[in-house]
Design a protein around this ligand. Sequence first.
Ligand SMILES: C[S@@+](CC[C@H](N)C(=O)[O-])C[C@H]1O[C@@H](n2cnc3c(N)ncnc32)[C@H](O)[C@@H]1O
Length: 282
Amino acid sequence: MTTLVQAWTGAQKRLKAAFIDSPAIDARLLLEAATGATRTDILTDPYRELTEDQEALLNTYLDKREKRMPVARILGRKGFWKLLLNLSEHVLIPRPETECLVDMVLKAYPEGESFSIADLGTGSGAILLSILSERPAAKGLGTDISEEALAVARDNAAHLGIASRAAFLRTSWGDGLHDATFDVVVSNPPYIRSDVIPTLDPEVKNHDPMLALDGGASGLEAFEALAPEIFRLLKPGGRTWLEIGFDQSEDVEKLMKSAGFEDVATYLDLSNLPRVVVGRKP
Ligand SMILES: C[S@@+](CC[C@H](N)C(=O)[O-])C[C@H]1O[C@@H](n2cnc3c(N)ncnc32)[C@H](O)[C@@H]1O
């Protein structure tokens, strides 16, 4: 029989040998999920024995992590903002740097304010649902080209209890939506240059959907489509927040200005990298 502490040590060894970046954290997260034990249990009840089923499940998880599947993908869930979101292989694992965009929108719209928001390329619904969960008077629409991604977003909206304020539509960006409909439009589109994708970590290039990563030869293809489209969808005075790659600020600002936006500016994330471009429709 294996105890919690033996399982944790053994799991760390396996992940270290497979050159996984954060073996201790990943081993703990997978052990917690396989056994139902908490972090405190592992420390305060280290000699608790695993059942055979728990040990088998942990081994399955470790096999996948050794093959560079991310923990969030193995477990099918990820914490983002204050939410725990369900995932499938059809959605991007929401990234901590995207929380910066959520924070900026929330600061611009104080609690109690009612506004309408569109999230173009919503994936798991991470951005839209985080904002709606904090602003009960707001309502929103998430679009995605992937029906499978939208199924995940709808499921997340339902389990978070905000389905009545979150609609989802399969379309390319804002196709089919009326002009001047939204106070706010946000997007974290695919923005990685096609030729960079093969150089990414296996966790990303083999496990995030290509639709969520590939920004075309220039990395800017989605922004070229989005800039005029967001301008069209916003009400006069409406504002947009767009996540960008660290080296795309100048190009995206230029696209936004050409589309007619005013007050175009770029904000840094917590690592001091350019991350969010903002603009306002006059
Ligand atoms: C980088 S992911 C962002 C997902 C989510 N918003 C987030 O921040 O975690 C980009 C998303 O855009 C979607 N997408 C790609 N091309 C699209 C298009 N033409 N129209 C709508 N959505 C698109 C992808 O399916 C993917 O879900």
